[in-house]
Write a protein that binds this ligand. Structure first.
Ligand SMILES: [Zn+2]
Length: 325
C-alpha cells in the first residue's frame, strides 16, 4: 500500500447510508448520503450502498471500474461501518436490532466482489471511536465515543488502542443496563441505555406521553428533533422526555467514566445536532455522578465531524486493518 492511496469508506446507518473518500490525514475528499430505507430489505439496501460508493469515488475523481480494475487500484482498501452484532473477520452481519432482516448478510464479501478491493467491516460505533481518536483533533490517549443516532452505541480507545475484546465487537455500550426494571429494549433486555437514549426511543416515549396528556406534540408523527424543538419551546411533555433522556445519558456517561477513566467522552450522531441542549445537562450529570478522580480527569464534548463521523470511522478501520494484514 502506498501512503498516497486514499480509502473508500461506507457507513450503514439505521436511517442513512453514507460513502466517502478519505485520505490518510483524515481529509474527506467526497461525501454522499442517501436514505437507508431499511424496509426494502438487505439486497436493495446493499445495492444502493455499493452505488453510493461508486458515486463517492467518481466525485473524488477516482472512478471505480468494475473488476478487474484496468488501471491499477485507486484505493488502498475499503472500510465499512455497520450496526452490530457482526463478525469483523468474515464481514457477515448478524441480525442487528436496527436492521431488521439482516441475518447472516455477507456484507464484506458483497463489497469486495463488487469493487475487487480488500474490504474490512467493523461495528460502526467501534469504528467511529477510532476515527475520533485518529482525526478528531483531541490529542488524548483515552477516549470513549458514543453515537446518539437512530440507535445508541459506542466504542472505547484505551491507552491509544481501540478496545475490541474477545468477541471483537468492542463492547455493547448501548446495552449497558441503566435501569434494571426499566423499558424493554430491542435486544430483549430491560432498561438498556438504548431503550432511553436512541433517537427512536426519544420519539417513541414522546409519542406515548403526548397521547396521554395535552402537548404540542399530540397528533404529530414525532421525531427526536421535534422533541428537542418542542422542549425548547416550553412544552412540558417534550421537556419531561428530553430531561429523562439527558439524565439517562448522563448516568450512562458516568458509568463509562468510572469503568474506563477516559480523558474525553465524545458524543456524536444525529441527535447531537441539538447541541448544548443535549451536551450541557449530560456533561453536568456525568461529571457530578462519576467518582471524583475519574471525573476530574475527564471532559464531555461533541464531535466536530457532524454527519461525516461514520465515514471517518470506517476509513480509520480500513487504514488500521490494512496495515495489520
Ligand atoms: Zn438492549
Amino acid at each position: 500500500m502506498t501512503s498516497q492511496q486514499p480509502v473508500l469508506a461506507l457507513d450503514v446507518g439505521g436511517t442513512k447510508l453514507a460513502a466517502g473518500v478519505v485520505t490518510r490525514d483524515g481529509t474527506v475528499q467526497s461525501f454522499c448520503r442517501t436514505e437507508t430505507a431499511v424496509a426494502e430489505g438487505p439486497a436493495a439496501v446493499v445495492k444502493r450502498l455499493l452505488d453510493l460508493g461508486e458515486q463517492a469515488a467518481a466525485e473524488a475523481g477516482l472512478p471505480l471500474d468494475r473488476p478487474p480494475v484496468s488501471n491499477g487500484r485507486p484505493f488502498a482498501a475499503i472500510g465499512v461501518g455497520c450496526g452490530g452484532p457482526l463478525d469483523p473477520e468474515t464481514g457477515i452481519i448478524l441480525g442487528p436490532p436496527g436492521l431488521p432482516g439482516w441475518d447472516s448478510v455477507p456484507l464484506g464479501q458483497l463489497v469486495a466482489e463488487r469493487f475487487g478491493l480488500p474490504t474490512y467491516v467493523e461495528n460502526d460505533a467501534t469504528a467511529a471511536a477510532l476515527g475520533e481518536y485518529r482525526w478528531g483533533g483531541w490529542d488524548v490517549q483515552n477516549l470513549v465515543y458514543l453515537t446518539v443516532s437512530t440507535g445508541f452505541g459506542g466504542g472505547i480507545v484505551a491507552d491509544g488502542k481501540l478496545f475490541r475484546g474477545a468477541a471483537r465487537q468492542g463492547g455493547e455500550l448501548g446495552h449497558v443496563v441503566i435501569d434494571w426494571q426499566g423499558r424493554r429494549c430491542g435486544c430483549g433486555a430491560r432498561g438498556c441505555a438504548e431503550a432511553y437514549v436512541s433517537g427512536t426511543s426519544i420519539a417513541r416515549r414522546a409519542t406515548e406521553a403526548a397521547a396521554a396528556a395535552d402537548s404540542t406534540l399530540s397528533g404529530l408523527v414525532v421525531t427526536a428533533k421535534d422533541v428537542a424543538d418542542h422542549a425548547r419551546a416550553g412544552d412540558p411533555v417534550a421537556r419531561a422526555v428530553w430531561d429523562e433522556t439527558t439524565a439517562m445519558l448522563g448516568r450512562m456517561v458516568a458509568v463509562l467514566i468510572n469503568v474506563s477513566e477516559p480523558d474525553l467522552v465524545v458524543l456524536g450522531g444525529g441527535v447531537t445536532r441539538s447541541g448544548a441542549q443535549l451536551l450541557e445537562p449530560v456533561r453536568e450529570a456525568a461529571l457530578r455522578q462519576a467518582m471524583p478522580p475519574a471525573a476530574r480527569a475527564c471532559d464531555v464534548v461533541l464531535s466536530r465531524h457532524g454527519d461525516a463521523v461514520g465515514v471517518l470511522g470506517a476509513a480509520a478501520i480500513a487504514y488500521e486493518r490494512r496495515e495489520e494484514s
